[in-house]
Ligand binder design. Structure first.
Ligand code: IPE
Ligand code: IPE
Ligand code: MG
Length: 244
């Protein structure tokens, strides 16, 4: 069976836009913060399911560069949730062999959060099971802009020739440098947009949009999204694999 055709195996890299926490809570007459708290449980389920299915890289959109525009109380709550997640879950993730990586802009972040992130990355650096990539203060256009600035500086300093700036060079200068591109992107919450997530990396990614809100995400929904992915014919600009 062709690796590109239907029935290919588990996706190597799954990226998720964890959306719908606020609506999940509002529909129940609860504050949005309760949706975010339940969202952390869904995140734990997603990490476990990814490991069980043999996914190599799981990239989760936890806070976008644009999410700072939310009311200050909500922003503060989300930062506190991340802090708490790192404090309570990193040891267990480390024991399970998970390698934690953070993507997004680190400049201007609260120093205590930054220190916790860096500690989690350092502790788990040598781990070889699931790579858990957390996109925090992440925006794809900002990431590409930062990469272009670094490359432009190298060109100006004569370290690299402009003609040698290939797509691979650009990929390697992104926060996701060294990781395979996502095979499957799942967005919960019913919206069908990327919201500034992994624009470069998703050139040939399969998208699965789920109507369910993120706090309801579970292993079964994850498995069904993977099955949907496996039924797709990935052509990468070529033509459908011939059977004869
Ligand atoms: C996703 O849920 C969590 C973050 C963006 C941090 P939302 O908070 O966006 O929930 P909705 O989309 O408003 O329902
Ligand atoms: C995308 O969700 C960001 C995260 C899930 C962290 P948003 O809720 O911020 O996206 P929009 O505003 O609906 O595009
Ligand atoms: Mg949302």
């Amino acid at each position: 069976m062709s690796a590109k055709g239907p029935n290919h195996g588990a996706p190597r890299h799954v990226a998720i836009i964890m959306d719908g926490n606020g609506r999940w809570a509002s529909e129940r007459g609860w504050p949005r913060s309760k949706g975010h708290r339940h969202g952390v449980e869904a995140l734990r389920r997603a990490v476990r399911a990814a490991g069980d299915m043999g996914v190599e890289v799981l990239t989760l959109y936890s806070f976008s560069a644009e999410n700072w525009s939310r009311p200050e109380t909500e922003v503060r709550f989300l930062l506190e949730l991340l802090r708490r997640f790192i404090r309570t879950d990193v040891a267990e993730l480390h024991n399970a062999g998970v390698k934690i990586m953070m993507i997004g802009c680190r400049k201007g972040l609260d120093p205590s959060i930054l220190a916790m992130m860096e500690e989690a990355e350092a502790l788990t650096r040598e781990n070889t099971s699931l790579k858990l990539v957390i996109a925090f203060n992440y925006g794809s256009r900002q990431e590409i802009t930062r990469a272009v600035q670094v490359i432009a500086r190298k060109v100006a300093e004569g370290k690299i020739d402009a003609a040698d700036v290939t797509a691979a060079v650009i990929s390697n200068h992104l926060d996701t440098g060294g990781l395979p591109d996502p095979d499957l992107l799942i967005r919960t919450g019913g919206e069908q947009r990327l919201s500034n997530y992994l624009l470069w990396q998703c050139a040939y990614t399969e998208f699965v949009f789920l109507p369910e809100y993120w706090p309801d995400f579970n292993a079964d929904l994850f498995r069904r999204a993977v099955e949907e992915f496996q039924s797709r014919d990935r052509r990468f600009g070529g033509i459908k694999a011939q059977t004869a």
